[in-house]
Design a protein around this ligand. Structure first.
Ligand code: DGP
Length: 119
């Protein structure tokens, strides 16, 4: 899908909205969350607009793989990818999960320990 008018993360992907971009490739852009919930809090988004993780179809397999590959690269670059560390990947879907930006994004959270189950 082409950029969606008024979509915040399409704006960041296009370079029209400023963001602290830590990595980008052909399919994805990764940037720091404006409201970090951990010492490392990076959002990884597909360049192509997809509404949310619950809207992913077989045609999006390339984007989904690219998000995971990007997450691994960002975690390594942030020093939390080793076997003694770790991180959490989160995709919020819908109001019950407090999804607020309707452009698929994966939260990469790390640099501290996390509780389970999440709140
Ligand atoms: P979610 O609740 O899963 O939809 O998370 C959306 C995240 O997006 C939330 O953690 C805050 C972040 N966010 C919202 N607006 C901006 C922005 O303008 N820039 C950046 N970098 N992050 C944003």
């Amino acid at each position: 899908m082409s950029p969606v008018d008024g979509c915040l993360f399409c704006g960041i992907v296009a370079g029209d909205v400023p963001a602290d971009i830590v990595r980008s490739d052909e399919r994805t852009v990764a940037f720091r969350d404006v409201s970090p919930q951990a010492p490392v809090h990076v959002l990884i988004v597909p360049r192509r607009h997809i509404e949310h993780a619950g809207a992913v179809g077989p045609e999006d397999a390339g984007e989904v793989t690219a998000l995971l590959v990007a997450a691994r690269a960002v975690a390594d670059a942030e020093g939390i990818g080793g076997k003694d560390r770790g991180y959490r990947l989160v995709c919020n879907v819908g109001p019950d999960a407090l999804n607020s930006v309707p452009h698929l994004h994966m939260h990469l959270l790390g640099g501290r320990t996390f509780d389970w189950p999440p709140g």
